[in-house]
Design a protein around this ligand. Sequence first.
Ligand SMILES: NC(=O)c1ccc[n+]([C@@H]2O[C@H](COP(=O)([O-])OP(=O)(O)OC[C@H]3O[C@@H](n4cnc5c(N)ncnc54)[C@H](O)[C@@H]3O)[C@@H](O)[C@H]2O)c1
Length: 287
Amino acid sequence: MRIEKVGVIGSGLMGSGIAQVAAYNGFDVTLVDLDQERVDSAIAGIRKRLEREAERGRITAEACEDSCHRLSGATDMGSLQSMSRMEVVIEAVVEDIEVKSGVFRQLGKVCRGDALLASNTSSLPLSDLAAASGRPERVIGLHFFNPPWALKLVEIVSTASTTEETLRDAMRFCEKLGRVAVQVKDTPGFIANRLLVPLIFDAIEMLDNGVATAEDIDNACKVGLNHTMGPLATADLIGLDTLKLIAESMFEEYGEPRFKAPTLLRRLVSLGHLGRKTGRGFFRYGG
Ligand SMILES: NC(=O)c1ccc[n+]([C@@H]2O[C@H](COP(=O)([O-])OP(=O)(O)OC[C@H]3O[C@@H](n4cnc5c(N)ncnc54)[C@H](O)[C@@H]3O)[C@@H](O)[C@H]2O)c1
């Protein structure tokens, strides 16, 4: 299928990053969120990032301008009528099964029959979203990594109902986005988060038990294990609220203690210390 128009639902950390990657790679992108303020601020953020890339000589000024021209916003989160002409729709709203199911129910009503319906969920059952859409054969998981413009991996997730053609379309789309794809079945956490979440939780437990400081725990992983980022800084980057939601659904599915959100994580979320996005998590950011 020929893909030109891409819809991205949810303009937060991931949605705005995915929209940026799609616009940069030549797709016309419509970014949807609950209100104009969120959409405007996401589009302004994308422009800022692209301009910075152009200033650093990593992309041309023309590519920056063209990408921004290919981006537009919408706020019809209830009806999602703006998605009716899209060939691909990528859902990246909050990690909540009710909210996501509502989006897929609506997409099933308004989208073209052949549209590829994708979710960026990290841990929720894709099969539930596929069922909610009423057209499970065209539903696929496209799990991008944070930040999407820098990390090239996409986990392509299929359910028992995903067709070969859908999988092929998704592979080709990821290739056009310049991504590296791996294929995985619909299992909580897929490949990367299934490995990463227990590592982060062990780091949090060590910190809470006074075994070592946050800096030393992260340094041990960076210098000793050659990780680019330590687990606590990674948690701050993901967003502690999002990490907690991811863990809750993994714990519910696997029932294993290694996926249970540690007390310190839950307390920080209660206090609104959500990581980089609020300036404080396991580390402090900005001023
Ligand atoms: N943060 C990460 O590192 C990461 C990485 C990969 C995948 N994901 C997945 O991407 C998705 C989005 O995560 P994020 O980090 O971008 O979250 P975020 O909190 O930054 O953004 C979520 C967006 O969803 C919007 N939204 C739309 N409808 C909503 C509703 N009814 N209720 C609440 N919010 C609503 C919010 O306005 C917000 O802009 C989640 O499924 C998450 O698991 C996150």
